[in-house]
Design a protein around this ligand. Structure first.
Ligand SMILES: [Zn+2]
Length: 398
């Protein structure tokens, strides 16, 4: 459904009618089309229905190539398309969640620019407890954990325990789940902050530490190590990660959110960590691409591929071949564009602190022990399902 609404925020303020803006031009009148995404919608159909051109859609996809934020529009997402007085399309805006908004704004005749705005958020913690009756999965669902949270917990403990064979009825578990919130509401994002699984003669634990990694009670890393790069051989870096890259023609900021490796077409590309294939797609500018979710805040992305050997939902192991590199999409020559995301932010894959199966650094060990001890006490003291929201367990140790 399209409903055209004059956007009061975009109207010139009558109080200021005679005051020119700083640019010396009076505020242009604009109007906005609000569109709620329905199942089966495509951006192409939404643009047609809203009166924006396919050429502008392509320009927006070009601005989105370093983000791919428009690749999975969820039904229910509200889009706002803004037009100027002459009916020319100027901006696409949407909310990703209650804390994060995106806008693609025309900055030149043929160019749109991506902009993300983020409200400040904080984490509140909840303790969920249960005991094993049937499978761990069912017992954890009964305790109030979501499917994604259960997968994260299993990943954190899978090198310590075999969930199918070693659990017995009556074994108990406790999980601290963090919920991200703005000042007024939940963003829907959660994270596992601690887990403790008690069997008759052993306790298995994992704790999120302030370096973003997870460790057991003794400070040993529990997440499997990542490879630094997705190729077996090393290749020349043809373009570095650069959040402040300037566009060669427009001079505007145009981040490069990954690292480009000069791989010939057909080079085997491996997943850099264990994970689940989250997306497989073909984008006008990014070409054939794969996104892999490694759980617990890590994701990787591989662009301009030639052949893809995995499908959405498939589990992959570190080092498993997922694709051949290529030259698809708008690419200046054969290469692999590789991204690493931590906590939904692209980071430099060549330099980031990736899980390397190493332990808590000696200098941080005392602090880690205090955090672990405190979280263990919180989990053991909480009732069977504690709705008590604990403000910022982690921030108490900063
Ligand atoms: Zn690139």
């Amino acid at each position: 459904m399209v409903d055209q609404l004059a956007d009061p925020a975009q109207q010139p303020d009558p109080q200021n009618k005679n005051q020119p803006l700083s640019s010396g031009v009076s505020a242009p009148e604009t109007y906005s089309v609000h569109y709620k995404v329905k199942p089966g919608d495509s951006l192409s159909s939404i643009f047609s229905e809203s009166g924006a051109s396919q050429a502008d859609l392509h320009r927006i996809m070009k601005a989105d190539v370093e983000y791919l934020a428009l690749e999975t529009l969820r039904p229910g997402t509200e889009l706002k398309l803004t037009f100027n007085k002459q009916g020319e399309f100027q901006q696409l805006a949407l909310d990703l969640d209650p804390a994060r908004s995106l806008a693609y704004t025309r900055v030149e005749k043929d160019t749109f620019e991506y902009q993300e705005t983020e409200q400040s958020t904080h984490w509140v913690s909840e303790v969920l407890k249960g005991s094993i009756r049937g499978s761990f999965y069912q017992s954890a669902l009964n305790a109030g954990l979501s499917k994604t949270q259960i997968a994260s917990v299993q990943q954190l403990l899978e090198h310590q325990i075999n969930f199918r064979r070693e659990l017995r009825a009556g074994d108990t578990f406790a999980v601290i789940v963090g919920h991200e919130r703005t000042a007024s509401e939940s963003t829907g994002k959660t994270r596992i902050e601690a887990v403790s699984l008690e069997r008759r003669n052993r306790t298995h634990t994992a704790f999120l530490f302030d370096d973003g990694n997870y460790y057991d009670q003794n400070g040993k890393s529990v997440l499997p190590a990542f490879r630094r790069l997705p190729t077996a051989k090393s290749f020349r870096v043809s373009s570095h990660f650069n959040p402040n890259r300037l566009h060669p023609i427009t001079g505007r900021r145009s981040p490069h959110n990954g690292v480009d490796l000069a791989t010939p077409v057909g080079t085997p590309i491996m997943s850099t960590g264990d994970g689940v294939v989250e997306r497989v797609g073909n984008h006008r500018y990014a070409g054939k691409y794969v996104d892999i979710n490694h759980g617990n805040a890590y994701k990787t992305r591989y662009l301009h591929l030639d052949k893809i050997f995995v499908r959405k939902g498939q589990q992959v192991r570190r080092g498993e071949k997922v694709a051949h590199s290529g030259n698809t999409g708008r690419s200046t020559g054969p290469h692999l564009h590789f991204e690493l995301h931590m906590n939904q932010r692209p980071v430099n894959p060549l330099k980031a602190d990736i899980p390397t199966a190493s332990d808590v650094p000696k200098t941080a060990l005392k602090r880690f022990e205090r955090v672990a001890e405190y979280k263990l006490a919180v989990m053991s003291d909480a009732g069977s399902r504690s709705n008590l929201m604990l403000a910022g367990i982690d921030t108490q140790f900063d």
